[in-house]
Design a protein. Sequence first.
Length: 320
Amino acid sequence: MVRIVILGAGFGGVYAALHFQKQLRKGDVLVVVSNQKDFVFTPLLHEVAAGYLKASDISIPLSSLLRKCQLIQETVKSIDFKRQIVEANTKRISYDFLLIALGTMPNRRVISHIKQRSKFLQLKTVSDAQAIYKRLADPHKKQKSVLVIGAGATGIEVAAEIQSFFKRKGREASVKLVQNLPGIFPGKSENFGNYVQRSLENQNITVFYNTLLASYAHDTAVIQMPEGRKTVAASVPILTAGVVPVPVKTIPRMTNEKGFFEVNHFLEIKRAKNAWAVGDIALYINPVDNKPVPMLAQSAKDEGELAARNNDLELSIERL
């Protein structure tokens, strides 16, 4: 009899749980702890934000997906790796095997100097997407000025979908992107970056490069450009400037200085016993290109399945 605990119900946690469900034997317990009640197909959140899809189109209740799991809807507070105990809001959960898939959260530290930072929307959950759509569809303000901070993949998708939303509605709008780097997708080829730039220009989306957000107040932003400061309208400010790991206290400390769990090629947490980490909260350096595995839904799904398969032998030994 073994007790498996999975923390998080994103792509990594859910696909690991789906694998474990098939391997359970009589007496085994599979626990999934998540502060959400649904599994969300996050790559389509921007479609909900622009009103193309409803929340129900990209989410499914965990209870219908993970029928053999004990679901606990709480927030994880701490993990004691020596005693093999997880502390949640109101529960203490023991484990024989632990898989951490808590993911990341928007990096709001980049706007910590902004007094009205609570005005900035983000896009990480269904409720975030719904909040963006509600702001866009507000009938009291006919002309919108959208300012997206961060021109990574999420920022570009959001800006493009929002511009398409306004075009579909036949409404005037201004959509701008603020990028603190000299170009788009610096890790990709120059041709690819130029292609994306032309696509944005064709959609009347302006991109400010080498630019930072200096201040924001009363639907107006001041941006710091290389040539000086510029004031731009921003009735709908959206933050997509990167993510940070979901914070969790570990005893002893098992995360690095940035809050990630460093794992080996089996996805085992270094220095921890019977513990794995997958998805965005896990840090694995690919020896082929010496770069971290990218934070993508596909990567998290693959890691969840791989970690679960890597556990199969450990589970067999534990049952002996």
